[in-house]
Design a protein around this ligand. Sequence first.
Ligand code: SF4
Ligand code: SF4
Length: 524
Amino acid sequence: MSPEISPPAETVTVLIDGKEHKFPKGTNLLEACQSVGAKIPFFCWHPGLSSPAVCRQCLVDIKGAPKPVPSCYTTVADKMEVTTNSPKVLDVRRQMLEFTLLNHPIDCPVCDKAGECSLQRHYFDWDGMQARNEGDKVRKGKVIDLGKHIILDQERCILCTRCIRVCNEVAKAPELTMAFRGSHEVLTTAPGQRLDNPYSLNTVDVCPVGALTSKDFRFSRRAWELFSTPSVCPGCATGCNIEIHASRGKIRRLVPRENPAVNKFWMCDEGRFEYKAVHENRVLLPSAGGRRVTFETALLEAANLLRNELSRTPDSVGVVFSAQATNEDNHALLRLAVDGLKIPRVYAGGHALGASDTILVSADKNPNSTGLERMLPPPLRTLKDLASDMATGHLTTVIVLGHESMAVPATTPVALIVLASHKGPLVDAARVVLPIATWAEVDGSFTNKDGRVQRLHAAIPCTGEVVPGWRALALLAGKFGGELGYTSAGDVFAEATNRHAFMKGATWGPPSTPVQLRFGESRG
Ligand code: SF4
Ligand code: SF4
């Protein structure tokens, strides 16, 4: 029997602005036009939501149609002839924009969305006309507290319904609706509801104007003061792709970055606040025996502790890896502690399990559990085993990457060498502390729950004497007379991809310099 060959996808031929193009049958016309470089403005359409065609901004001419049609609501058909830039089309779009602006307050100077607002952008790109209405505009509600994270300005709302569709279609929480009609139509919460679903802040991202603003971010920075860096949310094992928006060395917000295979266009509200910890309760300086020392002294002290104990009772030395740390930090620790020092007792650390849902949120609250599990040699011991081994006196010296989830008494007899980014009981009890960077300050990678190795890029510089974890470990290796041979995180990644099967084929990619949002695309 001959092998089964699937038929080629059916294609249709469409003439767009005088040029012939082929598309798979069923392609959305707006997306087809965009893919061949035709510029069409829109407000209500969003690639991750249904198309209601309510804003009438994406009108195009189709030969044979009696009037311009919304391209977002039309699928391509064979021999369709489409014009996206005829004087008639440009004129009707301008009229629709004028209609949208009729009751808009134009309070751009005090609007949080200024600089990344689709209404501003389309006005400048497609219209630029003086307003002709001389009467009073319809006044609607200002500063309405819609829910835990969001404020609504009803006057600015252009009734596109994107936020309603995000709640209905993504969060499966029908909390928003429209009320009244005509010029008096307003966005509001459904009777008895608040906008409190765990994905509510996605409504702020999709809002094309400044009608929905995040309580956390509003008025903290103008959009053009922000620098954007691609990264991965550290909040759980899903590994949602994100942009870190920072200004002057501080992260101001996290927003989702499109990845059809992981998070599509969305992220959860909890993940949005992961940036706060980057700036709180940090370990910025090295210490030994509770005293502030130089990095060099801390390294020497750590090396002496390990060397002495390994020569006396090697079986009483342990090493703790972290599911919160990057593949690079864990790999560097593997090279130093397991390959080099032959530390026999290996433990896997990280946050405990938490709540999950069927949309994005994983119960595993670590971004790199899969990377850690696939990297470490068996038998893998847990933090519970570690606590028990410490309590029973099996361990005398432990080197720990990370600061999480280890409840240790401040008076423990065990000599702890801790590479930590944050203060806590572990750091308080440590004999030696080396300050290391967080996920937002390093280049590196996490492996999400599906085994996808995803890149992090440093969005803000390290402060104090903080260094990336792999760098601290490379320096510590130097005190044993060995060199790990790394000059960058990329070196560690390259070595790790050669060694670990789960990282084979993963690519480091080009460096990513933070992009100032004034040069970036408008969001929403
Ligand atoms: S609040 Fe924003 S997203 Fe919601 S309908 Fe109004 S303009 Fe659209
Ligand atoms: S689902 Fe997980 S990875 Fe995604 S944003 Fe939320 S916490 Fe972050």
